[in-house]
Design a protein around this ligand. Structure first.
Ligand code: NAP
Length: 341
């Protein structure tokens, strides 16, 4: 088998090395999958830049998801058979021609589903589902704000919130605002050129937000908290603003920007802060992760969700795929297909 090792933090063109490895055998509850494609997530960019605390020490194989066929199963595996085409979540190890992962992180997808669409469903749609459907209970007419709304998780959140009948504000870089409108965002905000807090105040959304979805972190969270209505929820699931600069002082500024939220203050205002880390869910509640994956696959197959594919690369273009995701130009999901043997 082959795997892309992350060998060096920094620029994408020097960060990865393709290595040959011995094929592993699955443990009792594991599935070995020969992969056709794997997906990129923004956490991979953070890991490459050395900004992701959960990344194992280098050299390591990163990557959280793959589509492929089951090649071997452990003795207790019942839900998939050798030869099934599956979507798999993996706790790292995804940038490889074969992955080993627990049975509960695998769902059959059939032969027809486009691999790029399926990959979007794994981490990005499942994260959005967990955050919006499992942690919250949104109602028609609720006002919500989604940051980085044109990205993989952002697109999934828009489609889920539309399904719930919410009124949506979404932030993105300038060239993505038409995409947000086409996805049904009611108030697209060019947050790199305008202060989103001021825009929302001007539009009469101050203290009107029922939920904010924030993967940016820092001051963005503090501003979002100011906009919450009574009963409002702040869902924090990333810190992409950390990646804007490598300086220690920048990191400190971002960390301080979140603000300090005492339970008393949260109680007085009747607002909540919810943290989401799908790695923790995958590790400690694997059946819940599998439930999220099954729900989003079902709604995709019913035509309710439609992941946007932002870029498809071949395995000899991994560095380009990474650079594109890092550049803030991408919309939707970025995937890598293995070159045929
Ligand atoms: N906690 C979890 O379990 C979990 C799971 C999945 C994803 N996430 C987080 O969710 C976010 C979205 O992930 P994704 O994979 O779907 O990626 P993505 O949204 O497709 O791509 C990242 C986007 O983040 C936006 N962004 C905002 N501030 C940025 C900054 N300072 N530097 C670079 N980009 C910035 C950019 O869009 P604009 O410029 O248009 O805003 C960029 O295109 C990431 O922060 C990721 O770490 C967390």
């Amino acid at each position: 088998m082959k795997a892309f090792y992350l060998v060096k933090n920094g620029d994408a063109d020097k960060a990865f090395e393709l290595r040959d490895l011995k094929l592993p055998d699955p443990a009792e509850d594991e599935v070995l999958i020969k992969t056709e494609s794997f997906g990129l997530n923004y956490a991979d960019v953070m890991a490459r830049l050395g900004l992701y605390r959960e990344c194992p020490p280098l050299p390591t194989v990163i990557g959280y998801e793959a589509v492929g066929r089951v090649e071997k199963i452990g003795a207790s595996v019942k839900s998939v058979k050798v030869g099934n085409r599956v979507l798999a979540f993996s706790r790292f190890g995804g940038y490889a021609s074969h992955i080993l992962t627990p049975e509960l992180a695998v769902i059959p997808i059939g032969d027809e589903v486009h691999s790029a669409k399926a990959l979007a469903l794994s981490v990005q749609y499942s994260t959005a589902w967990y955050a919006l459907e499992e942690c919250l209970n949104l109602h028609p007419g609720d006002h919500i704000l989604i940051h980085a709304a044109a990205g993989g998780v952002g697109t999934a959140l828009i489609q889920m919130a539309k399904r719930r009948g919410c009124v949506i504000a979404g932030t993105a870089s300038t060239h993505k605002l038409d995409y947000l409108k086409a996805q049904g965002v009611d108030l697209p905000i060019d947050y790199r050129n305008e202060d989103f807090e001021k825009v929302l105040e001007k539009e009469g959304w101050k203290k009107k937000l029922d939920a904010v979805f924030d993967p940016v972190g820092g001051i963005s969270v503090r501003k979002g908290m100011n906009l919450l209505n009574s009963g409002g929820k702040m869902v924090v699931y990333g810190g992409s603003s950390m990646s804007s600069s490598k300086s220690f002082f920048h990191k400190l500024r971002v960390a301080a920007g979140f603000g300090i939220w005492s339970p008393i203050l949260l109680m007085m205002r009747s607002v909540s802060i919810i943290g989401v880390n799908m790695l923790r869910i995958a590790e400690d509640k694997p059946a819940l992760l599998q439930h999220c994956m099954k729900e989003v696959l079902k709604l995709y197959q019913e035509g309710i969700f439609d992941p946007e594919i932002g870029g498809e690369y071949s395995s000899n273009q991994l560095a380009e795929a990474h650079e594109y995701l890092e550049s803030r130009q991408s919309i939707g999901k970025i995937v890598v297909h293995w070159e045929n043997d």
